[in-house]
Design a protein. Sequence first.
Length: 147
Amino acid sequence: METQLDKRFGFLVADVDRLCGNRFDVLAKSSLNLTRAQCRVLAYLSHYGEVNQARLAGLLEVAPISAGRLLDRMEEGGWIERRPNPDDRRERQVSMTAKAEKALDKARRVGDEITSEALAGFSRQESEQLIALLQRVRGNLSRIVDR
């Protein structure tokens, strides 16, 4: 079994995530009025559309109460809207506002800059191959974890 951390898959994935997150925080500080967690909320809402608050907490991998506090701040800032689900009074549906759509474009540009920095020196083919391989890894794990 490989014990060197720089050759361990899980460590490398987690470390790349940590480094990308830290870089996002630095770049976003100067161009966005949102935290990384808030940008993740907007990214998920953009991808999945309107979702209930509980599902959003699951996507963010945080407790529902933590998601609630985060969403409270975002709603106060005009980034999201929450409304009751007409079919289930216990649920609250979350959607993005027009203000959030504009901010998400800026957040994507920050993400693109980090990608460019992270993949510096990679050929286009290598970059595409890395993305394809990571998609396969995600697919493999999704089939096991989402059972």
